[in-house]
Design a protein around this ligand. Sequence first.
Ligand SMILES: [Zn+2]
Length: 356
Amino acid sequence: MDWLSIPNIDVYAVIGILLFFAAGEVILGHYHNDHRDKTDWTLELMGFFVVAFTKTIQVLAIVFIGDALLPQFSNALGSWSLWIGIPFYLLIDDISQYWYHRSAHENEWLWKHHRVHHAAEDMGILVSYRNSWVYYLLMPNLWWGAICTYLGLAPAVIFGLIFKQIVVTSTHSTWTWDTILYKHSWLSPIATVIERIFITPAFHYSHHGASMADNVSDPNGNFGNTFSLWDQMFGTAKFTRAYPEKFGLLEDPKDPWYSHLLYPFVKSPKEDSELHKDFKKEKNLGTEPFKQELKAGTYLYCQCGYSRDQPFCNGYHNGTKIKPLKFEIKSDRKVSICTCKLTKTPPYCDDSHLSI
Ligand SMILES: [Zn+2]
């Protein structure tokens, strides 16, 4: 039987993969100490339907536009073998998603549509469905899948999607299959080969960690989805082989699920939210250094100037290309930290503020 001809086979496969990992998470008891509240459950389940709905719209739109303007391309690549079709679809899908995801962290407007993804305080298979409707609608790789389907590569798209679904679901799941690879040193070379090609749970968990100060997280790196190649190529890869303890936003006003999913059509009622109608990203620069006693520990110094928790990072660098700077205080001591952001010796003051 040609199972590729079964209608909606990709949908069944996606649901099957999700149920498989969900069963693993439930059996391992991962939902007992979970921070998820009603808002999280609602938006993760709604997010799933938003993606399915958006994909349908994209396929219909491409068929409509293709038939109207470029009908000669319909099924034009239908004779390609799967060995060419799958990498062709998957590699372009993944590199475009890398740049889109990265832009969502570096562009102020797009960040607001991806922020919900990082508001999750727990990992889990449904976390991958936390993005706004606009984020999915503009996602270049979803359009790419629809275009490939129109070009006659539907079987390659189905195989590619199933493979991608396995990787993406497993890298968000609390059932972290890669843990065993880091436990035994003789497995280390295998771990190296795998993590240099594919995204592992440890690699993606680092992207979800709340703060770089834990030495494991890098919420402004590890943007890849299926392959880690792009992060390595474009200098954003961090291989940790460890998992952060804390996930989520540094400053979370707890927006309702409908603002998260429907922004900018529905703004947040929370006045201190980035999704509130009056929210404005403003620099909070000082003219005097921050002079105080700091306890020994790791700190994040705000380099973008937007933090409301000066001179420390509060996560507002999201939506810019600037990252916070991690620094260590070895023993309790008095420090003088720059607040004007002109210092040449960050995070410490070098009297540059005197030139203001
Ligand atoms: Zn992200």
